[in-house]
Design a protein. Structure first.
Length: 279
């Protein structure tokens, strides 16, 4: 039995199926962990969402929520204009069946036996594990209520950027949603910065004050390996307590699977797929 963590798919359904063939995925024996952003810029978000949902119903897949997944939910409730790549999905007869399934996904998955955590963007450097779990459960309960539209309206926004600046439940929810699904860099005071998307080597030359969240000097310790996506310009990157897995499939890069037990990665290029689609 194998457990494979897969980075952001963003509607790249055919590369996903080829990657699963490459790792010889068997849904009766193996399990997939998806790092969020199942949908958006790729051409086959509908097929991707249906496929991952079917695997999850067989207990063969776990998927955490990413920022594009949240945007899809918000669009389904009329709060955002969906990306043009999502038109087919928005017109699907099973849209709200898929949205209801997506709303039940967690923001953080913790596997104590494997000593691993799955999130989309990361875990706030101001949080210990207990705080992260509490905030994930709080967001999940809010999103799973019968009609989350009013909550989603209040949850969107860039402020507060620091956990210590959250004085109300609404502010805690907004900060937590951003930390789990949008975070890349912190400022020296640990506040989150949402504009910069480039890789740390490039950013260190132009904005040396920006610190990747996982390298924040006084980041509270998390006892497990944190697996995350979201950061395509960072690519596949591994240090002692974290593994980044978004290798930019939708941008013409690869889709990466990591065997969480052996820490070995397998990438599947999608360049040929993109050329066929464009040709």
């Amino acid at each position: 039995m194998g457990t494979y963590v897969i980075g952001d798919i963003q509607g790249c359904y055919e590369p996903l199926r080829r990657l699963l063939d490459k790792i010889r995925f068997n849904p009766k024996q193996d399990q997939l962990w998806f790092a969020g952003d199942l949908v958006n810029r790729g051409k086959h978000s509908l097929e991707t969402l249906r496929f991952v949902r079917s695997l999850s119903l067989e207990n063969a897949a776990i998927s955490v929520l990413g920022n594009h997944d949240i945007s899809l939910i918000a669009a389904a409730y009329g709060l955002l204009e969906p990306h043009k790549s999502l038109r087919k999905l928005m017109d699907a007869p099973d849209l709200f069946e898929l949205i209801d399934w997506l709303r039940q996904r967690p923001f953080m998955h913790v596997d104590e036996a494997k000593q691993a955590i799955l999130v989309h963007a990361g875990i706030s450097p101001e949080w210990d594990l207990a705080t992260a779990q509490t905030q994930a459960r709080r967001l999940e309960q809010a999103l799973q209520q019968e009609n989350p539209k009013a909550w989603l309206e209040l949850a969107y926004g860039n402020k507060p950027t620091a956990w210590r600046a959250c004085h109300t439940q609404e502010e805690q929810d907004r900060y937590s949603l951003n930390a789990f699904t949008r975070m890349r860099y912190c400022l020296p005071d640990a506040s989150l910065e949402f504009q910069q998307k480039l890789n740390p080597i490039t950013v260190s030359q132009s904005q040396p004050e920006l610190i990747p969240w996982f390298r924040y000097p006084s980041r509270l310790p998390i006892p497990y390996t944190i697996c995350f996506g979201h950061w395509s310009t960072l690519g596949y990157y591994q240090e002692h307590d974290f593994i980044a897995l978004d290798t930019g499939c939708v941008w013409g890069g690869t889709l990466t699977a990591l065997n969480i037990d052996t820490k070995n990665s397998i990438g599947q290029a999608c360049h040929e797929y993109e050329r066929r689609e464009k040709g």
